[in-house]
Design a protein around this ligand. Structure first.
Ligand code: PBG
Length: 328
């Protein structure tokens, strides 16, 4: 019988489910998820072709979907509105309409589920006729400081409606500090900021822009979202968002940026959220539909990997499905 003379045999620590369960380093549960939801004013739910299983939800459809999620143990949602073309303007003013879709929806959710953590996205793209996150000058430049003034109004509008966490996804400089000051000056010291700190100019957002009809009409987002080649730049953004008063920070996308999550984990004591974005969902879904991947196994593996890299929270369209599988 051949026998290697090995002082260490790592397989001994994998020999039974009891040992494996006892020494597992990372765990995943519904408490880690923030569930992103697409909403619109229309009376029907409209399926999103590039995100099988997900829809643009009507007000009634949203309540049904949140009910399903809450029963599966999900405690947090983030809202993304599809806005009628007729309400999109150059100045994105619908973003801070107190009678708008987002404030109405926050109120409806908090009335039914006071304990639900409601997160809102702050950026102008759903409301902008140009489809950009910021205001656009006639020559096509994105105007930073002018945009921040509008984002502040948008954040206040969400806070007044009862949002628990404001999440600026626009990547303008200085917006976290400006929003924090405005919230505090208006008595919203308890409203949190989850900053999209390291948000990359990624092609993985394609299906999201289909879902909301929010793709930029001209140009791209590379003057505000980060270059996928960079990681030191993410650390600089972390430092600034910490100084400006962010409560939590985000890395986005997640799956192709696990090294960024890890690098950020090593420098900040703040909780980290990572966003498994629409394109990540679409890839896993498409391969599973063809029978090329085992959906349940790859989805749970992808989510575990994001936690292992150092994320506390995960924004994922798989939140309800994954919660159901984890409970079995
Ligand atoms: C918009 C925003 C985007 C996403 C979240 N907020 C799209 C973009 O920046 O173009 C993408 C999320 C996803 O792809 O799931 N500010």
């Amino acid at each position: 019988m051949p026998r290697l003379d090995l002082p260490s045999r790592p397989r001994r620590n994998r020999k039974s489910a009891a040992i494996r369960d006892a020494i597992r380093e990372t765990w995943l549960g519904p408490e880690h998820f923030i569930y992103p939801l697409f909403i619109h004013e229309g009376g029907e739910d409209i399926a999103i072709t590039s995100m099988p299983g997900k829809s643009r939800l009507s007000p009634a459809g949203l309540l049904a979907e949140v009910d399903r999620a809450v029963q599966l143990g999900i405690r947090s949602v983030v809202l993304f509105p599809a806005i009628d073309e007729s309400l999109k303007t150059d100045d994105g003013r619908e973003a801070h309409n107190p009678e708008g879709l987002i404030p109405k929806t926050i109120a409806a959710l908090k009335a039914r589920w006071p304990e639900l953590m409601v997160v809102t996205d702050v950026a102008l793209d759903p409301y902008s006729s140009a489809g950009h996150d910021g205001l656009v000058a006639p020559d096509g430049r994105i105007l930073n400081d002018e945009t921040v003034e509008v984002l502040v109004e948008q954040a206040l509008c969400h806070a007044r409606a009862g949002a628990d966490i404001i999440s600026p996804s626009d990547m303008m400089d200085g917006r976290v500090g400006a929003i924090r000051d405005a919230l505090d000056d208006n008595g919203f010291t308890e409203v949190s900021i989850l900053a999209y700190t390291a948000k990359y100019a990624s092609a993985f957002y394609g299906p999201f822009r289909d879902a909301l009809d929010s793709a930029p009409k001209h140009g791209d987002k590379k003057t505000y979202q980060m270059d996928p080649a960079n990681v030191r730049e993410a650390l600089r953004e972390v430092e600034l968002d910490e100084e400006e008063g962010a409560d939590m920070i985000m890395v986005k996308p997640a799956g192709a940026y696990l090294d960024v999550i890890r690098a950020v984990r090593e420098v900040t004591p703040l909780p980290i959220a990572a966003y498994q974005v629409s394109g990540e969902y679409a890839m896993l879904k498409a391969a599973s539909e063809r029978g090329w991947l085992d959906e349940r196994k790859v989805v749970l593996e992808s989510l575990m990997a994001i936690r292992r890299a150092g994320a506390d929270l995960i924004l994922s369209y798989f939140a309800p499905e994954a919660s159901a599988w984890l409970a079995e």
